[in-house]
Ligand binder design. Structure first.
Ligand SMILES: Cc1cc2nc3c(=O)[nH]c(=O)nc-3n(C[C@H](O)[C@H](O)[C@H](O)COP(=O)(O)OP(=O)(O)OC[C@H]3O[C@@H](n4cnc5c(N)ncnc54)[C@H](O)[C@@H]3O)c2cc1C
Length: 559
């Protein structure tokens, strides 16, 4: 059977739902497929806030400049301009949809400080901003009967034929049924791929499915070597302690009691950009100034019980439950963990990919507005601004496009791949291969990148890809076979890991979150360009794309 929509959105996080809302407001028929219930999307885990230069003393221009500087000059400045100009209207629109933000005593939207920002412009809902936004948007989408959400359906294939997108093949978790979703235009909004790493703040479902499906179908992936490590995560679990904690005045200390950020970023200190703070923490621990458990401490004690417990409720609970410490009276042990992929499916400022009819938005996409390092609280903003743009343009495309030709042969092709995995009797489990992949990435492709480690990582990922050809699942049933889904997701993680390590080895400079120990300096003459990866039988083929510079010429970045 084939289901048919004008526009099909894959993913129901903030980017996907915003795209869907815009597409049906543009008058086309829209379907959304999501492997999770929409409110379980990773967007709901976002804590700290969303940036918008709403205060009259702030300016959109400063937001643009901070973002470009934060990106280490790799962001496309025309795209950043759209992001920052749309920020104010976007936040107000979300408020009107029902998101409840914290208020200042004068009744205006309250703002907190965030990393790399020259002004306090982060609007927030305590430390659960993502959930507040997601709920508001979900209710708005739910008010319109024209949008159809297919929950707990996993896209397993993206069909591109006759020079354009034709739709998606998806598997229903509840039944194991595989069906075709014909569409004139498809929006990839499948979110993060953090599970390429073991130590990550990302949810278990953040496996980069849409990026890999688009890549396999011929789309370019852009700047995948730029992986953000969030400086403050709990040891062992890698649970995030929001930058909002430092925004509220939290400070970092090493085991000698030194406020060490004064040495690394004399002006911004703890609120320097994330790449800078992560490197500082790793250096402190490596040089013997960490605590015995290999962490530094984030101190909130001086802020007082009332402020900590009201503005940072979630992280207080995380610290008490998962680290066994009370942040009201003790420092929180923290260390960097993978947090965000700056790279993704390459799009232009209209959210178009290189495949006609294929659009992408949110963390799965790379526009690029974050360049080599994303500023905190710019990602929620990007999901909404570029989600809307993707939905709009996908709808316009669908209005002019002829019907999709997705049919039984496409469904059979995807089904046979799934059946091969299910019927295989001997091989290795997805859990084993995944944990080897994750430890490879944790150990060899981290905050600092050594050339020998990268070469080693390329070999190990290639070997894992080979071993994956005989991945075997113990569960052979069709009902909620999460073992099968794990195996499919692992295929995505391996594809993306290969692109990350290939791009990282090729880029012989240090920029933003990509730091090579053998090339410690940024090299604008040679490397002020985006990496593009396209699939070939031999692996990723790398090419480069110029960065769009409008106003801000690169200069040395200091915080
Ligand atoms: C712990 C944490 C805290 C964060 N805090 C902040 C913050 O304070 N401010 C900020 O700006 N950013 C923050 N970020 C980043 C930001 O939250 C994310 O980048 C953003 O929410 C991603 O939204 P998305 O819509 O692209 O993806 P998601 O919200 O992850 O949605 C992805 C969707 O795709 C669906 N999907 C995935 N694969 C498939 C498939 N194969 N088939 C069908 N559906 C599929 C999922 O079901 C889901 O609905 C945080 C991130 C994390 C992990």
């Amino acid at each position: 059977m084939t289901i048919s929509h004008d526009v099909l959105v894959v993913g129901a996080g903030l980017a996907g739902q915003r795209a869907a809302l815009q597409a049906f407001r543009s008058g086309v028929d829209v379907g959304v497929i999501s492997k999770l219930h929409p409110l379980r999307s990773h967007s709901g885990a976002a804590q700290g806030g969303i940036n918008a230069a709403l205060d009259p003393k702030d300016s959109v221009k400063d937001h643009i400049y901070d973002t470009v500087k934060g990106s280490d000059y790799l962001a496309d400045q025309d795209c950043v301009e759209i992001l920052c100009k749309e920020a104010g209207p976007t936040v107000i629109e979300m408020e009107h949809m029902g998101t409840i933000f914290n208020r200042a005593p004068d009744g205006s939207l309250d703002r907190r400080a965030f990393g790399g920002a020259s002004y306090n412009r982060t609007i927030y809902s305590a430390d659960r901003t993502g959930l507040a936004l997601l709920q508001g948007l979900y209710e708005e989408v739910g008010r319109d009967p024209r949008v159809r959400i297919y929950e707990e359906w996993d896209a397993i294939d993206l069909v591109v034929r006759e020079g354009r997108v034709q739709g998606v093949v998806a598997l229903q978790r509840k039944t194991g049924k595989i069906e075709g979703f014909a569409a004139k235009a498809v929006v990839i909004a499948t979110g993060p791929a953090g599970r390429v790493y073991g130590k990550t703040t990302n949810s278990h479902e953040s496996t980069g499915d849409g990026c890999s499906l688009a890549y396999r179908a011929g789309a370019y992936l852009k700047d995948m070597e730029f992986v953000q490590f969030h400086p403050t995560c709990l040891p062992h679990t890698s649970i995030l302690i929001t930058e909002g904690a430092r925004g509220e005045g939290g400070i970092l200390r090493n085991s000698k009691g030194e406020r060490f950020m004064e040495r690394y970023a004399p002006h911004f200190k703890e609120l320097a950009s994330r790449d800078v703070v992560s490197r500082a923490i790793v250096t402190e621990v490596k040089e013997g100034r960490g605590f015995p458990d290999g962490t530094v401490h984030l101190e909130l004690m001086h802020l007082g019980k009332e402020k900590v417990e009201s503005k940072l409720q979630e992280i207080v609970a995380y610290a008490r439950t998962f680290a066994g410490i009370d942040p009201v009276v003790q420092g929180i042990p923290v260390f960097p963990a993978q947090h965000y992929m700056m790279g993704g499916v390459s799009t232009n400022s209209r959210a178009e990919t290189n495949i006609p009819g294929l659009y992408a938005a949110g963390e799965a996409a790379c526009v690029s507005v974050h360049g080599a390092n994303r500023l905190g609280a710019n990602s929620l903003l990007e999901t909404l601004v570029y989600g809307k743009i993707a939905g709009q343009n996908a709808a316009e495309y669908a209005k002019k496009a002829s019907a999709s030709t997705l049919g039984p042969t496409d469904i059979d092709a995807a089904t046979s791949v799934v059946h091969q995995i299910l019927e295989r009797k001997e091989g290795e489990s997805p859990a084993k291969l995944r944990s080897e992949l994750q430890s490879t990435m944790d150990e060899l492709v981290g905050v600092y990148r050594h050339p020998d480690d990268l070469i080693n990582a390329v070999t190990r990922v290639a070997q894992l890809k080979e071993r994956y050809r005989s991945v075997v699942v113990a569960d052979k049933s069709t009902v909620y076979n999460l073992n099968l889904m794990e195996a499919i997701e692992l295929g995505h993680l391996l594809d993306l890991a290969e692109v990350i390590v290939t791009g990282a080895l090729a880029r012989t400079e240090s920029r933003g979150a990509h730091v090579r120990t053998d090339y410690p300096k940024r090299d604008d003459a040679k490397w002020m360009k985006h990496t593009l990866a396209q699939i070939t039988k031999e692996g990723p083929s790398i090419s480069y794309l110029p960065v769009t510079v409008t106003e801000y010429q690169p200069k040395e970045r200091a915080y």
